[in-house]
Design a protein around this ligand. Structure first.
Ligand SMILES: [Zn+2]
Length: 489
């Protein structure tokens, strides 16, 4: 039967590394990009007798995620050991949470702008298409990173022990596009709230997907197939599209599905069975004897100081407070640091819509061109506001301002006015400029006549001639205005 006759049920388990200075159970530095095996100690290397020490900040951030997503925070939460034998976990157990996680229930909003470009979604006023139910959120430690090569494997214990939040959805998603939107919305929430950098390319956010099909109208869910460690949103979507087709074809042919774990090979574009229910892991969970249960009340109070805005709330505020069009507001909330930069530029005195335009278009393209991150930019919000100010005052044109920005990039801390002076851009002495305009008009009567008889485009030719004769270089927009005023009058 056609794929449409099957009801699709998808659940996602998302792992997010929490943004903290140190690891979950020791004081080793957490973070990406260090020399392998340099941020390690007896605790995170699982030496016998080494005891864990709790990272309160990681617990508080997890509780904050739960509060933001509407979860219930139980009064007490506890730690459990998940036993398994593998080199990425030298203790032979992972400290995790089984039956008393930090956050229970809640929901992840699917934002209209988080869906893939081709999908048609409702244009909900508040930006939320619907909310996908969560089962729970728990906290655990990340495993070390294994990299496999032909014939050998390398291991980096720096990642071992990094605070890792696991956000487990209910089986409440119904299409690969929804799964994509869920991941993107969740990522934006995590970044916006400063809980995780959630960069999937760096492995800071990873996801396991599970999917089952059942004939439409049947009560009981179909057998669940799980695919682990998918490392991009588009790969998750591709894996689900493939599984829907594969499972539907098999069900059509009368082949019953068996609960199993498959590996998604994104390069090959297919999934391969890894293990079935019969040989599933038995983790023999038990309560961790080294860690006391967490009393959540004080940490909840701390998490609620300076509650961050969710992206949808921030987007509505950007439109109301600054009068931004929804497209600009959507772009800005999609990049939380850029959005903060925009707000700081406005606070430094720039008109909001102009600031949004500069931040979204000019600054972003300069960063791409220079292959720099926003945090590396020597142009701070106050600098950008000063550039916008000299454009507003007519001292430089928009194009000239772009050169001013480049000049300031090379001379960090230089005020825009000083950079404009150095480049020879000054607000023209209007008397001298008027004289040049008059001279150019007198010398080019033929062009002036053509402009008068309706060939408006030729004004640019006159502007060009004035620009050529004038030093310092005036703002071409002002020159054009002067010419039009003269010719018109
Ligand atoms: Zn350590």
């Amino acid at each position: 039967m056609p794929v449409n006759d099957y009801e699709i049920t998808i659940g996602l388990e998302v792992h997010c590394q929490i943004r903290t200075e140190t690891k979950m159970f020791c004081s080793c530095r957490a973070g990406f990009g260090y020399e392998p095996n340099t941020n390690v100690c007896p605790t995170c290397l699982g030496m016998p007798g080494a005891l864990p020490m709790l990272n309160e900040r990681a617990i508080e951030r997890t509780i904050l995620a739960g509060i933001l997503l509407g979860s219930r925070i139980p009064e007490e939460s506890k730690w459990d050991r998940k036993n398994y034998f593998y080199p990425d976990m030298p203790k032979n157990y992972q400290t995790s949470q089984l039956d008393l996680p930090l956050c229970i229930g809640g929901a992840v909003p699917l934002y209209t702008w988080a869906f893939p470009a081709h999908s048609k979604v409702s244009t909900a006023q508040d930006g939320v298409v619907r909310r996908v139910k969560l089962d729970h959120i728990h906290l655990e430690e990340d495993a070390a990173k294994l990299t496999h090569y032909a014939g050998y494997s390398l291991i980096d214990y720096n990642r071992g022990g990094t605070p890792l939040m696991e956000i487990v959805s209910a089986p409440d998603l119904h299409s690969p596009d929804e799964a994509y939107a869920y991941l993107k919305s969740l990522q934006q929430i995590m970044v916006c709230a400063g809980i995780s950098n959630a960069d999937m390319e760096k492995g800071e956010m990873r996801c396991d997907v599970n999917i089952s099909l059942r004939p439409r109208g049947r009560q009981q869910l179909g057998e669940k197939i799980e695919m682990k460690n998918i490392n991009s949103m588009s790969a998750a979507r591709r894996a689900l599209l493939y599984e829907i087709r594969r499972q539907a074809e098999e069900l059509d042919a009368g082949i019953a599905q068996v609960q199993s774990t498959r590996r998604w090979d994104d390069a090959l574009g297919e999934s391969i069975v890894m293990r079935t229910k019969e040989n599933a892991h038995d983790y023999r969970y038990h309560t961790c004897p080294d860690l006391v249960p967490i009393h959540t009340a004080p940490l909840m109070q701390r998490a609620m100081i300076n509650m961050p805005e969710l992206p949808d709330v921030r987007r509505t505020r950007l439109m109301q407070e600054y009068g931004l069009p929804s497209s600009d507001a959507t772009t800005l909330v999609g990049d939380a640091p850029l959005c903060t930069y925009f707000e700081q530029t406005v606070q430094a005195g720039a008109p909001a819509r102009k600031a949004a335009n500069w931040v979204i278009n000019t600054l972003s393209s300069v960063l791409t061109e220079k292959d720099a991150a926003l945090s590396d930019s020597p142009i701070h919000p106050v600098d950008l506001a000063s550039i916008i100010a000299i454009v507003e005052q007519g001292i430089v044109s928009t194009n000239q301002a772009r050169e001013v920005l480049d000049y300031m990039w090379q001379h960090p801390g230089m005020p825009a006015q000083v950079a404009a002076d150095a480049l020879g851009y000054k607000k023209a002495d209007s008397g001298a400029l008027e004289a040049i305009v008059d001279a150019v008009l007198a010398e080019n009567q033929d062009i002036v006549e053509m402009v008068r008889s309706g060939n408006a485009k030729l004004v640019n030719a006159l502007t060009g001639k004035v620009m050529k004769n004038a030093t310092p270089k005036p703002n071409p927009k002002i020159v054009t205005e002067m010419i039009i005023a003269r010719i018109g009058g």
